[in-house]
Design a protein around this ligand. Sequence first.
Ligand code: PLP
Length: 363
Amino acid sequence: MIYLDNNATTRVIDEVLAAMEPYYRELYGNAHAAHSLGRRSHEAVEEARASVARLMDCSDGEVIFTSCGTEGNALVIRGLIDAATSRRKIVTTAVEHPSVLLLLRALESRGDIELAVVDVDSDGALDLDQLRAAVDDRTLLVTVMLAQNETGVIHPIAEISALAHARGALLHVDAVQAAGKIAVSHDGVDFMTVSGHKLHAPKGVGALSIHRGLKLTPLWYGGGQELGLRSGTEPVPSIVGLGVAARLALESLPAFECVRELRDRFESEMRARFGVQIAGASQPRLPNTSSVIFRDHAAEVVASLDAHGVCVSAGAACNTGLEPSGTMKAMGLPAAVRFSLSRFTTADEIDEAVKIVGAALTK
Ligand code: PLP
């Protein structure tokens, strides 16, 4: 098998599994219990919080653990709306993950918010003039992803932050795809979401940062864990796994320069040999992501890759081949096939994938 679908999810690495195991077998105390086993769990959770805070470029006291990126995004959006008094407008982009975009559309259709969705161009670049015009004195929140999950395009967070804060709006950054692949800055960011399973931690754990003690209303109530924002007994093994994965991800950021070289070589070969287009190629992008537009042949390429054990991501099948995703539609492009590498991807794997694509296209 050749796994080139790391933006969908990643393999839990051995060091992470090894660090988690004792917290299932021997150190299974409730992190809030007043005995020694509980204290061990509590210390492990706090150690993990410090590692995750370093990854997110914020302080330990600003991080809470969640179950996933979807939950973090929902907690910021719903929690702010429920806590806010007057402002009711939210500004976002046409290429956000469904955990943001579908939630905002549902809240808009219920009349809970006023929504402005900013367009991107055919390269995936945000229309900053449109964003500037959309953010006004009624705006509660601007929510923008740091890196787009399909194209890897990186949004200009510093500029967006300045626009939002100039009008008194808060900024939420969905860094689920970016964290662990590029250095993340918390400067000018009020809330940031990350997810464990995108950076070699287990599924079912993520984190949210909340700057300056900003007020959110919890999604549910209970034992008051995680600053009262995320009641429920902490999944200590998963949190420990996230902490170790965050530390290793930060230490391994330089390895992404090799990933970028591999990705660039892959794209040069794809362009030179098959004349394909790469979505978002002119923009600053994540080093590991390549969304290739095969036009009429996308479905055959995906079927052939799958038959040869290569895992990639593609739009849903439809009668004309592959259905373009919302992101590709927003860019005015047809369906793309996403190849997403990890720091463990090898040159041989990339060469093999190129060979299989070539054979499928020749056929
Ligand atoms: N945000 C982005 C940009 C994503 O790519 C994803 C998952 O693909 C999510 C949020 C949701 O994360 P999770 O799967 O942890 O809920």
